[in-house]
Design a protein around this ligand. Structure first.
Ligand SMILES: *Cc1c(COP(=O)(O)O)cnc(C)c1O
Length: 381
């Protein structure tokens, strides 16, 4: 027997009470029991998104709501600014291209933060831009983009919507949908919501509904309006992922019980301990200090060490699954996820497995230094 630890930024671990709820016999979705749970989920999602506006829930992975954001907001030939500094920003660009939306490409290094001044300038230079698209928490790089500052800029353009991929932002970092003027904010179940994969949610502001009214891009399953009309009746247009919705009701209850601010503070503490732990082992953090999120900690693999080996040994020998680097950073960075159902000792365990793995690979460092650094964060030293 080997105890397993899932330390990736999606899928993330699921609490036992959520799993048990999902194991109950299936109920029909056109029933008062399901409607009550569904209604509570929409209310709970409004709480985590911090919005009084519409929240729509889909049976899909996160990419489904990203596609929905494009299909429901634009017409073919519209121009949108895509801010991208990682794999998920690239995906938004690909989605725009698939739908014939013109891309004003704000491309950055994966180790850089999106500069809101670039968004302001591009909006000014290109009258008629219909959307700004940004990833709040770039899971591929750990970079946190300043969507509050971008929201303040886009608010000055009444015909331009701000679309935010907060799929690993929600529940990990502050994301104040209404207060910051974010028109479309998205998340997925297998991230901060502590559920298995299979659900995705989106907010839609009044401004985004105006964009929807004008939009002529094709849509059917992901047509926002179908979901809105059904949410008003506490149901869904198509068969929902019943068990996941019942589980979501439980996980949202856990978030409410802890309190969103406390959830975010816990993530920030876990991220800080992971960072300090890795730095104490002599490794360098990938994301820049001015823009680090709390969902995932990417770390440069030390010179002369094979990053893929780190991931492999940690998983096979110690049962600790972390993520490797993606695209150009495959083998060059590793990523420790701490998003959702995580506590202090998950971090201690991971740092211990990391130390044992690095020692085996012949990396020179002071044994125990990573754990001590993390303990100091948790002890408030
Ligand atoms: C996980 C994730 C997504 C969605 O990916 P799916 O595999 O479709 O669920 C989108 N954006 C970010 C930033 C993510 O971390």
């Amino acid at each position: 027997m080997q105890k397993k630890y899932l330390m990736t930024p999606g899928p993330t671990p699921v609490p036992a009470e959520v799993l048990l709820t999902q194991a109950a016999p299936i109920i029909h979705h056109r029933t008062p029991e399901f409607s009550a749970a569904f209604k509570a989920c929409i209310e709970g999602l409004k709480y985590v998104f911090q919005t009084e506006g519409d929240v729509l829930l889909f049976a899909s992975s996160g990419t489904g709501v990203m596609e929905a954001a494009i299909a429901n907001s634009f017409c073919a030939g519209d121009m949108a600014i895509v801010c991208r500094n990682g794999k998920f920003g690239d995906r938004m660009k690909g989605l725009c291209e698939a739908y014939g939306v013109g891309v004003l490409d704000l491309k950055y290094e994966w180790t850089s933060v999106v500069d809101p001044a670039d968004v302001a300038r591009t909006l000014k230079d290109n009258p008629g831009v219909r959307g700004v698209i940004v990833t709040q928490s770039e899971t591929s790089s750990g970079v946190l983009n300043d969507v509050e500052a971008i929201g303040a800029i886009v608010a000055g353009y009444p015909d331009c919507v701000l679309i935010v991929d907060s799929i690993t932002g929600i529940g990990a970092v502050p994301c104040k949908t209404d207060e910051w003027g974010l028109d479309v904010v998205m998340t997925g179940s297998q991230k901060g919501l502590m559920l298995p994969p299979g659900l995705a949610a989106t907010t839609v502001s009044a401004k985004a509904w105006r964009a929807y009214e004008r939009s002529t891009l094709p849509k059917y399953y992901f047509d926002w309006m179908k979901y809105k009309k059904n949410v008003e009746k506490d149901t869904t247009p198509f068969t929902p992922a019943v068990s996941l919705v019942l589980g979501l009701n439980v996980s949202l209850g856990m978030i409410r019980d802890e309190g969103l601010d406390n959830v975010i503070a816990r993530h920030s503490r876990l991220a800080e301990a992971t960072r300090r732990g890795c730095e104490a082992l002599g490794m360098k953090l990938f994301a820049p200090p001015e823009g680090r999120g709390s969902a995932v900690t990417p770390v440069w693999v030390p010179d002369g060490i094979d990053g893929k080996q780190i991931v492999k040994i940690m998983k096979n020998k110690y049962g600790v699954t972390i993520a490797g680097g993606q695209d150009a950073y495959e083998g060059r960075i590793f990523r420790v996820g701490h998003l959702g159902y995580f506590g202090e000792f998950d971090i201690i365990t991971t740092l211990a497995a990391l130390e044992m793995t690095l020692a085996e690979l012949g990396y020179a460092f002071e044994r125990g230094a990573g754990i001590v650094a993390a303990e100091s964060v948790f002890m408030g030293e």
